[in-house]
Design a protein around this ligand. Structure first.
Ligand SMILES: [Zn+2]
Length: 188
């Protein structure tokens, strides 16, 4: 067995042929973005390969590593860093969403590594890692709620959807979440 297996324990079987999956680290070239403007970068990932049929897959751990590598490549916060910012302030996701105007669903996707926040949201989140940033929002949010009246009680819409210009963050988040991460050719 490769000693590399110890770095990412995974004792699954091949979903195609029930053969044994063996783990080894490989340099993988990842591409993201649309076809015309896609970028490539290289990352070390633990690849589990079926010794019988050659099927290749990543464990959850590998998927998380891949997502973190993309975040670092893009220069944005990783899912764990976003969760830390929220938890350091003692806020759960609904509370953090209400305070920041960030959609709770978006926040959940970023923290679960299912989507990457836009640069604008990333910079916003970084400002919220400063205690003073949260204090500023806490002073503003009650007024915001007064202004919304009773509609706020019945609507599930995130605040920024009703005031699209308020934060100047636009709707680019959806295209950001559309990043496709596909393992490309092995470089080794
Ligand atoms: Zn197989």
């Amino acid at each position: 067995m490769s000693p590399l297996s110890d770095r990412a324990p995974f004792d699954g079987l091949c979903p195609d042929c029930d053969g044994k999956l063996m783990c080894a680290w490989h340099e993988i070239t990842l591409t993201y973005g649309d076809e015309e403007k896609h970028q490539k970068f290289v990352v070390d990932l633990p690849i589990h390969t079926c010794s019988d049929c050659g099927f290749e897959t990543l464990s959850e751990y590998g998927v998380r590593l891949k997502h973190e590598a993309l975040c670092r490549h893009l220069g944005v916060l990783t899912p764990a860093e976003i969760r830390n910012i929220r938890e350091l302030r003692g806020l759960n996701r609904p509370e953090f969403a209400e305070l920041t105007g960030i959609g709770e669903a978006s926040l959940g996707r970023w923290e679960r590594a299912e989507g990457v926040q836009s640069l604008a949201y990333d910079r916003y989140l970084r400002l919220l890692s400063v205690q003073d940033g949260i204090h500023q929002l806490k002073s503003v949010v009650p007024k915001l709620k007064d202004g919304l009246g009773s509609q706020d009680e019945t609507s599930d819409e995130p605040v920024q959807d009703r005031f699209p210009g308020l934060f100047g963050l636009g709707t680019s988040i959806d295209t950001q979440n559309g990043f496709k991460l596909v393992p490309a050719t092995k470089t080794t």
